[in-house]
Design a protein around this ligand. Structure first.
Ligand SMILES: [Zn+2]
Length: 99
């Protein structure tokens, strides 16, 4: 028999944004609280090894990250400010089982 458990988080469960450098020699990590204004431009480059993070030569995720954090913040405060007739949750992938 196979069972599957679905996992959901609420927007309130998201408390921080973590960025970890994928360069094997660096692995620097920043965790920023999601409830503080985020300056995505400060994440353009790794603060330790200076490799590009959100900003590459012809591509940038700065606006997308700014928008995603802002949208989440707006959603959290919108949900708090009313008596909604629903509960909003986000489904997350099941953890990979270590076999
Ligand atoms: Zn780095």
């Amino acid at each position: 028999m196979t069972t599957q458990t679905k996992k959901f988080i609420t927007p309130e469960d998201v408390i921080g944004l973590r960025i970890k450098c994928s360069h094997s020699q660096c692995q620097a990590e920043i965790v920023l609280p999601i409830d503080k204004p985020l300056e995505a431009k400060n994440l353009a480059f790794c603060p330790i090894c200076r490799r590009p993070w959100l900003r590459e030569e012809h591509n940038s995720l700065e606006v997308a990250v700014d928008h995603a954090v802002q949208a989440l913040t707006n959603l959290k405060s919108g949900l708090k400010s009313g008596h909604w007739n629903f509960a909003l949750t986000l489904e997350i992938k099941p953890e990979e089982s270590a076999e």
